[in-house]
Design a binder for this molecule. Structure first.
Ligand code: ARG
Length: 461
């Protein structure tokens, strides 16, 4: 019989029982459930709501249950309704009537809300750690490639010269924002719903500030209805994780392109590539493709949570049990993705010569050629037009701006002189792009230092 069976005259239908049960996916919160119960029992004892000796016996029993689950001695009963019922039933099995006192002035509604918060609080820490390591690898690679010239693209067309270091640091910035978003999410997650009870608080003299400090949370939630019906923290986390996955997905897409024969800017280590069952020559970037694919899944989890919540009246509704599989899936998958992505990045080979060769084609120094004229006094629009003409001339002669003879330049404008070749030299073009946030080697090093500093602040803040 279920623990709530008092008013029922029949056993619940077996199919309904299985349909209703969440233990298969909420058992993973057993540590948090026990931690919450220990805080609750401590407070009940201190407030004289249960006797001190019952409180101590309950705490001891809960600690033993935790040890037994950890050691594998106690296994979850798949027929239990959920992790909360399982642990309470086990406690009662062990302590008899004393165990039955634990649930005084508590409901599974505030219990589950607390457990998810505590569980996700731990997961945020782990994800932040993984992202920090990834950013550190990016900084190291960017330092090694601060002067590695590559074409920068817009519309996937070669546009202007940049450095590979600069390109990598763009991702470091995105991931730094992801950590910042996680810190922000954590702030609103780390508040305590325990004591909201079913929906309307309680007549017992509970001390919610005490459980809050025992659980190392910021403050008790101020409205009991909100306490049990709020899942903003799940939606916020799923959203932060979706954005982070979009970043990893865009990076993955670029790596997939860079691995192709059409680009050949990098080569992935054999340990992070896969072959084809039929084509002997193939070396496929499966890891990055899977990350791109899993991004869809995490965005789906985010959508599940938003859609699940959007029509719910206050306070708890059973629909909300669906929150866990969605947010756990998002958390599990992003952890898998970052853990695989980071060593893949750390072991890839950067094919600098190929990047430099690609940069030499596509007239990516055309803006610099126009800027050369502007610096000699010509209005930018006129310089733009003249340079466009020179590019067209180069295309018709199958040559480059670097190789075009000076007399052709002079025919286009008298302002051109021998120093134009220095001005459009790709190394010069990159070195001179030292505007704040620009791609010059000097600026890339500034970026790296700043990212490292901000990362430290975020992780210690
Ligand atoms: N397993 C439930 C969930 O995950 C726990 C809360 C159940 N509360 C209730 N009143 N049925 O949401």
């Amino acid at each position: 019989m279920a623990m709530w069976a008092g008013r029922f005259s029949k056993e619940v239908d077996e199919g309904v029982n299985a349909f209703n049960s969440s233990i298969s996916f909420d058992a993973r919160m057993y540590r948090q459930d026990i931690a919450g119960s220990i805080a609750h029992a401590t407070m009940l004892g201190e407030q004289g709501i249960i006797s001190m000796s019952d409180s101590l016996e309950i705490i001891g029993g809960l600690k033993e249950i935790l040890a037994d689950i950890d050691s594998g001695k106690l296994v979850f009963d798949p027929n239990a309704e959920d992790i909360h019922m399982f642990i309470e039933a086990e406690l009662t099995k062990r302590l008899g009537d004393v165990g039955k006192r634990l649930h005084t002035s508590r409901s599974r509604n505030d219990q589950v809300a607390l457990d998810i918060r505590l569980y996700l609080r731990d997961k945020i820490k782990e994800i932040k750690q993984l992202l920090s390591t990834l950013i550190e690898i990016l900084c190291k690679l960017a330092e090694e490639n601060a002067d590695t010239i590559m074409p920068g693209y817009t519309h996937l067309q070669r546009a202007q010269p940049i450095t590979f270091g600069h390109h990598l640091m763009a991702y470091a910035q995105m991931l730094l924002r992801d950590i910042d978003r996680l810190c922000d999410t954590e702030k609103r997650m780390n508040v305590n719903p325990l004591g909201s009870c079913a929906l309307a608080g309680t007549t017992y003299n509970i001390d919610r500030f005490r459980t809050t400090s025992l659980l190392n949370m910021k403050e008790p939630m101020e409205n009991s209805l909100d306490g049990v019906s709020d899942r903003d923290f799940c939606m916020e986390l799923a959203n932060a994780l979706s954005i982070c996955m979009v970043h990893l997905s865009r990076f993955s897409e670029e790596i997939i392109l860079w691995c192709s024969w059409e680009f050949k800017f990098i080569e992935l280590d054999d340990a992070f590539s896969t072959g084809s069952s039929i084509m002997p020559q193939k070396k496929n970037p499966d890891v990055t493709e899977l990350i791109r694919g899993k991004t869809a899944r995490v965005i789906g989890d985010n959508m599940t949570l938003l859609t699940m919540m959007k029509g719910l009246p206050l306070a708890y509704n059973k629909d909300m049990q669906e929150d866990k599989e969605a947010i756990f899936d998002a958390v599990d998958n992003i952890k898998l993705c970052i853990s695989t992505f980071t060593p893949m990045l750390a072991t890839m080979t950067v094919l600098r010569d190929n990047m430099r060769k690609a940069a030499a084609k596509g007239f990516i120094n055309a803006t610099d050629c126009a800027d050369y004229l502007v610096k000699k006094g010509m209005p930018f629009r006129t310089a733009y037009k003249i340079t466009g003409g020179l590019v067209a001339l180069c295309i018709s002669k199958n040559t480059t701006l670097e190789e075009l003879p000076l007399d052709e330049y002079k025919k286009a404008s008298e302002l051109f002189d021998n120093d134009v070749y220095e001005a459009i030299n790709l190394e010069t073009c990159v070195k001179e792009r030292k505007s704040f946030g620009g791609p010059s080697p000097e600026s890339v090093l500034t970026q790296i230092n700043s990212v490292k500093k901000k990362l430290e602040e975020l992780n210690n803040g």
